[in-house]
Design a protein around this ligand. Sequence first.
Ligand code: MN3
Length: 254
Amino acid sequence: MNKNNSNNRRDFLKSSLTGAAVLAIGTKGIAESFSSFEVDKKDYSTLLITGFDQKPLPYKYDALEDIIDATTMEIHYSKHAAGYSKNLKEAAITENIDTTKSVETLLSNISKYSAKVRNNAGGHYNHEMFWQCMQTKSPDNKPDDSFLKVIEKNFGTFQNFKSQFTDAAKNRFGSGWAWLYKNSNGEIKIGSTQNQDNPLMDSPSVEIKGTPILCLDVWEHAYYLKYQNRRAEYIENWWSLVNWNYVKLRFETL
Ligand code: MN3
């Protein structure tokens, strides 16, 4: 793609982020639309597109206290998540993966690659999204009216949505993730995946398919220092951290 096209695409994406337009391009569309997108850390749109490097954490390690402690955040971001990015880049060299394309593009073809690529591409993507899905806690944390309507349309009540998502997170056996995602019919759904799998992966063993809107890490490394075995308490407290504006941005834009 030449520079002009790339700029046009970026401008288009920017205007769609600030406008009311809802792009119904779907998961496949995202991968195609951004397959040649130049990753620019200063560009707002990169909040929605994942490169192979880690983006800076959008807040300080202690910003999510006292729900997620600073030590957990530091180890999680600078050791666990950094490791996925590093290992993914190593594997990309061995398996001839084009790292100028987005990680979303890779995930949509992940069945062609090794378990190392699958685990680390998933691990990297999931964490890059997870950091953005959180912000400093607010006690009455809720989506704005327009996104609340979307939730109510799909789940009846906000409480019902929270309870279903909480169950998905609690009941994921072993390590994994809970997801809110948009399927190919534009409906939003709740599900969970094992290990570092996610709904963008084309592998038949991933049971849920679609565009991730919200995610929650339920690996023990995400909560063990503060909560030990009490995953349910971590999930309950986590709701006060959800960055609903970001979730809504993903829903409306992707
Ligand atoms: Mn994690």
